[in-house]
Design a protein around this ligand. Sequence first.
Ligand SMILES: [Zn+2]
Length: 369
Amino acid sequence: MSRPSRPETAPCAARLAPHRRHAAGCGCFIIPTRVLDRFAQDEQLPEAQRKSFADAASIETEWRKVRSASQQLMRMAHSVLPTGMTALAAAAPPVVSVFDCRHGMALPGTPFCDPAHATDETARRTFAETTAMAEFLRLAFNRNSLDDAGMGLLSSIHFSVGYNNAFWNGLQMTYGDGDGNIFIDFTRSNDVIAHELTHGLTEYTAGFAYRNQAGGLNESVSDVFGSMFRQWRAGQSVQQADWLIGRDIMGPGALARGYTCLRDLANPGAEHCLSPQPAHFDQYRNGMDPHDSSGIPNQAFYRAAMAIGGHSWEKTGRIWYHALTGYRPSPNLSMRSFANRTRSLARQIFGSEPSIRRAVDQAWLAVGL
Ligand SMILES: [Zn+2]
């Protein structure tokens, strides 16, 4: 498989070529259906806003139907790739492109010829943060894009009207503008952008299924890498970070109700979370929404990072990255197995620093794993 060259002066439409089309439809959303349903039934909201939440929930239901089938396709495609293929891939950075849905629902929409300098602020922000996420993967983890072979990163903005979600569908990222009351433009939180892109990274590596314990791990690594990316962009240490997910997409209506974020890695069950989560494995049940069970490994990462200190991505993040990417695809991995991966990686990578191994071990023990 050869990688198309980058068209520097090609007309706009020709810039579609570098994006690999490989499989369709994972459908990993940032806002859980339960939260959408809650607002769809909230009598304090105007009818039009309740309808926009109901519409967003119904889109998620449709995606869920194709999710597991598409993941099987992805695993099959990976199993037939010749070994060493990624080593042959070009080292060029990924092409980042942004498309405008113009409030329709057809994907990807119309391309911005030059998203870095577009008059549309959402387009500029999406381009800048997506490009920065590719740079983060390269600098922090020596990885070339989601597939480690420089795959292009495609984003669609202004999806539907007042759409209250963002998702990765196996091919691309898609962002709604929010209803303007509970949520605002979903590209405003760069951890939301990195969360969605990390679903692509997971698909190319561990391939966690989106159900039961693996589903919780899938959601958790997206939150963990989303939070690390936000900290990296702000140059924050673990002490300076606020560890919130989605703080910058909370609209005035959500803030007025006391919600300051979607989730909080430091305190998953906090009342200021729009979507509070369990933080201990004794609260885990099969069939839980992955957005809920992810609170358990989220809390373990937070505890390990705080004990290890410094920048989250340098030591703790390195262990988590290798636990995600350094093993054969493991669609049904248990949380305990993932925890044990990080324990042995802490020993292997930081053998001369036993305090790191102890920090990782203690973090998982504290959440019951
Ligand atoms: Zn997600």
